[in-house]
Write a protein that binds this ligand. Structure first.
Ligand code: 5AD
Ligand code: SF4
Length: 463
């Protein structure tokens, strides 16, 4: 047998890319590849790129410049290093990458990772290979199935793709162009993945998709199932104690999903629900198809379904034409909702999106200043939310050993890291923790006895 070839994947961007990196490993393992953490050792380097914000493609070209040096160094020792570009920059700018960067052997879009072995063979034969087509012969409109090994256990918490792509076409966003039309995996395929993960020790599943609550996969009864219905089915799988989903669009929140939050203790009361702006004028220009009040109403519906639910969001500051008044509406919305955390970004024009051609770019200094103010407000809310846990008992799913000897780390329902001193045997269990203090974003505490005030556990940090 030939010695294993070494594979290094460098991932940027979202959870979908982290998950996809694993899909690439799974496609390449049968070809004799093993992963290496060291780029210079690798026989194949894959840049798993992200196109969502800022100078994504420039970053890729400068990274490729560095890889050319590493490749030449390997060649001087008689070793061949192949280089592939994957992810959303590959999808959006594949042809240009092939033209501009002769160092690249393979360009592969997210829909084609299962073909990586063939693409490498094609590159060997023809010099280069490019595959960024969306599958059009896909008669069921389903995603390619992950290879069986894609569902090996990788710890206590795992991501499973439920849905991919987006049909919303927010004017700032590249996702509908790079990830294509919205597609949902069939219920049976997801159930199968989750069962296998649970059998391998996984206790928490996060269903992912660019617009995951638009989920409408084929159910075993031949009908399209909603996300709420899917979650209900997954909650029945033995071993699965926590379920989450990300990322959601406010317009796709339906009664099934709210009912799932009301009825299922396994569905965590923490929802990432991006709003992007609090100004109706900007929301319209963004083509979000909802107003700030529509969003407030969706939040209220969640809160009626579960009193302990908490939210995070994404915001864009400095969208073209955003005035101080528009921005104040965003601050007012944040102040009113009260988030457990949120991400905020400066607007960055993405080539090919409608907003990129809009006039009235907001000056960089104004964007900086708005971002600062928004982040300050969000930070205050996040620390208040975290502080509210002190002195309470919260449920923690323990995931791994911590940095200090004897320390075990887990997460609360709201994804707050929590640290206790305890034996390794608690890994994989949900246990009540009495929170004593905060260290930056982490909760420090002690295991409480399982019988102590269980009703308090969920209500703990519902700020
Ligand atoms: N500029 C700035 N932020 C963006 N996002 C998406 N596109 C852009 C852009 N062009 C942000 C949105 C989205 C998150 C994943 O990234 O807030 O919700
Ligand atoms: Fe992009 Fe999300 Fe809008 Fe879809 S819903 S276009 S992924 S921002």
């Amino acid at each position: 047998m030939s010695p294993p070839r070494k594979l290094h994947i460098k991932s940027y961007g979202c959870q979908m890319n982290v998950y996809d990196a694993q899909r690439m490993v799974d496609a390449l393992t049968p070809e004799g590849f093993v992963e290496t953490a060291n780029v210079d050792d690798a026989d194949l380097v894959i840049l798993n790129t992200c196109h969502i914000r800022e100078k994504a493609s420039e970053k890729v070209y400068s990274e490729l410049g560095r890889l050319r040096v590493a490749r030449d160094e390997a060649a001087s020792h008689g070793r061949r290093m192949q280089i592939a570009v994957a992810g959303c920059v590959a999808q959006a700018e594949g042809e240009e990458i092939i033209r501009r960067a002769p160092v690249v052997d393979v360009v592969v879009g997210p829909q084609s990772y299962h073909n990586l072995p063939q693409l490498l063979a094609r590159a060997d034969r023809d010099g280069r290979a490019l595959e960024t087509e969306f599958p059009i012969d896909d008669k069921f409109g389903v995603l390619p199935q992950p290879a069986p090994d894609a569902i090996r256990a990788r710890g206590i918490s795992a991501f499973v793709t439920a849905q991919e792509g987006c049909d919303k076409f927010c004017t700032f966003c590249v996702v509908p162009y790079t990830r294509g039309a919205e597609m949902s995996r069939p219920v049976a395929a997801i159930v199968e993945d989750v069962k296998r993960l649970a059998e391998n020790g996984v206790r928490e599943i996060t269903l992912i998709g660019q617009n995951v609550n638009a989920y409408h996969g084929d159910g075993p009864d031949g009908r399209a199932w909603s996300l709420g219905r899917l979650v209900r089915r997954l909650a029945e799988i033995p071993g699965i104690v926590r379920l989450r989903y990300s990322t959601s669009h406010p317009n796709d929140v339906d009664e099934d999903l709210l009912a799932a939050h009301r009825d299922l203790p396994a569905l965590m009361p923490f929802v990432h629900l991006p709003v992007q702006s609090g100004s109706d004028r900007i929301l319209a220009a963004m083509n979000r198809k909802h107003t700030a009040d529509d969003y407030r109403r969706v939040i209220d519906r969640f809160r009626s379904a579960s009193a302990v639910i908490a939210f995070s969001s994404d915001f864009i500051v400095g969208f073209p034409g955003e005035t101080e008044r528009d921005f104040s509406a965003t601050l007012a919305l944040v102040a009113q909702i009260g988030y457990a955390g949120a991400y905020s970004f400066k607007y960055s024009p993405r080539p090919g999106t409608p907003a990129a051609d809009m006039p009235e770019m907001v000056p960089a200094a104004v964007m900086d200043e708005r971002l600062e103010r928004l982040q300050q407000l969000i930070d205050q809310q996040q620390s208040a939310f975290n502080k509210a846990a002190i002195g309470r008992t919260v449920e923690v799913l323990f995931e791994r050993a911590g940095r200090k000897p004897g320390q075990i780390v887990g997460r609360t329902a709201y994804l707050q890291p929590a640290h206790v001193m305890a034996p390794d045997s608690i890994i994989g269990q949900v246990l009540p923790v009495r929170v004593d203090s905060l260290e930056r974003y982490s909760l420090l505490g002690e295991l409480a006895s399982a019988t102590s005030r269980p009703a308090d556990a969920m209500a703990a940090t519902g700020a």
